[in-house]
Design a binder for this molecule. Structure first.
Ligand code: BGC
Length: 368
């Protein structure tokens, strides 16, 4: 375990016109905090501990800035988080669940840690959210984090060389580029686990946010949140977000799927119209009081929409405000949960010689 962390500040000056980097160096080696800014007053901070995005400051329709992502103000908060919310982190090597922590690949059965009841969640006990990544600025606009996950780390085969790059544009977009290669066949499913509350972090629930998910189908789950394998139509169900709908409108319906998730905690099958590798709309969220809008575009086939059902108000964030039950939502663009055990789902096995490339864009704007 790392020693007690005290962050001291070191200012790194870049010859950037619109993007600058402030690096906070922990006394334990190389944990740093990078700050990206743009010409519209947006500020994004990210640390190489877990490749966590700690801060996203965005203007509302009147230009008022708020930090709209949940998190802590120092690294020890993330390390010691109660109930493991995975605030702002990159999850991997395999995001979301693998049933009973087992999968078989090329005739060999692999066994993973069970860290979520009977299943494995978000890469295991020490997933990518809990490791220190190598950090470098990329040009004057982005920061790139790289990590080498060793063969059999957390039970997965293959040395996996992985990177994630965050770029803040002057169009108020955060562009997230993932890249990975391996020396043995291995499952890979990377995603970003930032929680949003477009009113501002700690400003109550997200139930009044209006959500569109560009999906005709979703993947129903069993009681342990493992997909049954079915791609069920959203039509006529609480899972229909084809037209903008308040997140809270149907969330308390009597519905076995909502009961299993404690609300929404499911993967939607995106209605992709673009070629593989091209960005397509995954979701759009509008917060009516502030007018803030978030559009999520991705090359991925699915999105896990999780609406903070496991937040209980007992966890206080960076500004000291409690994070209420359903006080943040997550839109995890990804391949479908448990894909290594589900032959009918899109492939998540990366082979040596192939590259894993995935892109997601969070585009912020206002409605008026
Ligand atoms: C999962 C939830 C889990 C949350 C935080 C989400 O991706 O689907 O079930 O509680 O992450 O761990």
């Amino acid at each position: 375990m790392p020693r007690l962390l005290f962050l001291c500040t070191l200012l790194l000056t870049l010859n950037a016109s619109l993007v600058s980097a402030e690096v906070k160096v922990a006394d334990f080696d190389s944990i740093e905090l990078f700050t990206l800014t743009n010409s519209n007053g947006m500020v994004v901070k990210a640390t190489n501990y877990g490749a966590i995005i700690t801060t996203i400051e965005v203007p509302d329709r009147n230009g008022k800035i708020a930090d709209i992502t949940l998190g802590y103000d120092d690294v020890s908060g993330y390390m010691n988080a109660v109930d493991k919310p995975y605030f702002g982190a990159v999850v991997g090597r395999f995001g979301n669940r693998i049933a009973k922590g087992k999968f078989t690949l090329e005739g060999t059965e692999y066994t993973l840690a069970l860290n979520n009841g009977v299943n494995t969640l978000h890469g295991g006990n020490i997933g990518f959210d809990k490791v220190v990544w190598y950090a470098e600025m990329v040009g004057d606009k982005g920061v790139k984090f790289s990590y080498l996950a060793k063969d059999m780390e957390e039970g997965y085969p293959g040395n996996l060389s992985v990177s994630v790059k965050y770029t803040l544009t002057d169009d108020n977009e955060i562009v997230i580029d993932y890249h990975a290669t391996t020396d043995k066949a291995t499952p890979v499913n990377l995603t970003q686990h930032a929680y949003f509350n477009l009113k501002g972090e700690g400003e109550g629930t997200i139930l009044d946010h209006e959500l569109v998910i560009n999906a005709l189908r979703y993947t129903p789950v069993d009681a342990t949140l493992i997909p049954t394998g079915e791609l069920a139509p959203v039509d006529g169900t609480a899972f229909d977000f084809r037209e903008a709908k308040k997140i809270g409108r149907d969330i308390d319906q009597t519905d076995e799927q909502l009961k299993f998730g404690g609300g929404y905690d499911h993967n939607w099958v995106l209605n992709r119209k673009k070629e593989d590798g091209e960005l397509d709309l995954a979701a759009r969220v509008v917060e009516p009081t502030s007018g803030r809008v978030l559009e999520v575009l991705s090359t991925e086939p699915g999105v896990q929409f999780y609406c903070g059902n496991f937040l209980k108000g007992n966890l206080k964030g960076k500004s000291g405000k409690p994070y209420d039950y359903r006080g943040g939502f997550v839109l995890e663009t990804q391949h479908f949960p448990d894909s290594p055990n589900q032959p009918n789902f899109p492939n998540t096995i990366l082979q040596p010689g192939e590259t894993y490339d995935s892109k997601t864009v969070w585009k912020f704007s206002t409605d008026k």
